[in-house]
Design a protein around this ligand. Structure first.
Ligand code: KG4
Ligand code: ZN
Length: 334
């Protein structure tokens, strides 16, 4: 039997999870509300709140799994990519815990962990599969050949999909993080009310910065003649923007699936919680004969369950990390 403690602290969620023999027994997530009034994550504040949250979060994960800390066989942690101060809290905690308990330490790549969240529950994708990983900092199409053998097929050249949601929300006067709010307003809006441009980018790469600029100009132009334009049209604007972001993502994913011939298709990361993306992927998957894998909501945004499952698969390979390890703010999946 292998009991793995997973630690996640790359951005503004402090999370701890217990994985026993590949099954998740707890997944505690402490969110930070301190950033709301700043319209984005303030790194210095994030690391301070991680420091306050880390011990109670780990205690809660151990209690929730009904185990004793002496039973833990290894501690896995997100080494990056992420904010340096935030990563330092999780990394230092994991190193100290491993040292104190005399157990192995396991580094985990946060972007790989988002993808490996698909190995928490059944049905699981089979190798090789394609994963569209969409978060606040990344937008990637990854070919997953094995648990830790991944190839980058395409990625964003500028903003990430989550940033496109969050920056649009900011333009519309919605608080941070705006993605879930746009999703909510889009539910009652008309996705064809307004047309936003689809960028022409070669191959499987993405670009979202032009879309952001066109939304800004669109809002400014309309507010000149109608100061209440946003309030009057909020649901339609959200639905139209979401429709465009989702179509940009899925058109590239479809092209990559066609090129590689791979039919097991997954999504991962915070934006995979988006109901428009989930629904459209289900629909296109049916039409194209794909096996579609969509994570449970709690495994889309940042969580330690995905870190503990990734840690479990490294534990089986005895792929351990030295105490000399330091965090990596940048670290590719492949
Ligand atoms: O993976 P994640 O939790 O953190 C990073 O690793 O970045 O992703 C956070 C991103 C944010 O940009 C947030 O607005 C977006 O995911 N997000 C959503 C939704 N839920 C979270 N975007 C659109 N619709 C949602 N329902
Ligand atoms: Zn993430």
């Amino acid at each position: 039997m292998a009991i793995i403690l997973g630690i996640e602290s790359t951005c503004d969620e402090t999370s701890a999870s217990i994985c026993i023999d590949g099954k998740i027994h707890s997944n505690i997530i402490a969110n930070q509300t301190v950033h709301e009034k700043f319209g984005g994550v303030v790194p210095e504040l994030a690391s301070r709140v991680h420091q306050q949250n880390i011990i109670p979060t780990v205690d809660a994960a151990i209690a929730d799994a009904k185990i004793h800390k002496n039973e833990i066989d290894a501690v896995a942690f997100s080494r990056g990519p992420g904010l340096l101060g935030s990563l330092l809290v999780g990394t230092s905690f994991a190193k100290a815990f491993a040292l104190a308990m005399n157990i192995p330490l396991i580094e985990v790549n946060h972007m790989q962990a988002h993808i490996l969240a698909h190995f928490i529950d059944d049905p699981k994708p089979s190798f090789p599969f394609l994963c569209l990983t969409v978060s606040g900092g990344h937008t990637q199409i990854v070919r997953v050949n094995d648990y830790f053998e991944m190839e980058l097929v395409g990625q964003t050249l500028d903003d990430a999909a989550g940033e496109a949601f969050d920056k649009t929300a900011k333009i519309l006067g919605l608080p941070y993080p705006g993605g879930p709010l746009i999703d909510r307003h889009a539910k009652t809006g008309n996705p064809h009310a307004f047309q936003f441009p689809e960028p022409k980018i070669e191959g499987f790469d993405f670009s979202f910065s032009g879309l952001k600029t066109s939304i800004l100009y669109f809002v400014q132009r309309n507010e000149k003649s109608d100061p209440d334009f946003i309030t009057r049209n909020l649901d339609d604007i959200c639905a139209s923007v979401q429709h465009r972001i989702v179509s940009i993502l899925l058109n590239k994913l479809e092209a990559a699936a066609k090129e590689t011939g791979i039919r097991d298709i997954a999504i991962a990361g915070g934006v995979s919680a988006n109901s428009g993306l989930r629904a459209y992927l289900e629909q296109r998957g049916k039409e194209l004969g794909w096996n579609v894998f969509i994570p449970k909501f709690e495994y889309c945004t940042d969580n330690a369950a995905m870190v503990s499952i990734a840690g479990f698969h490294k534990f089986l390979k005895k792929d351990f990390t030295s105490q000399d390890v330091s965090p990596l703010t940048r670290w590719t999946v492949a």
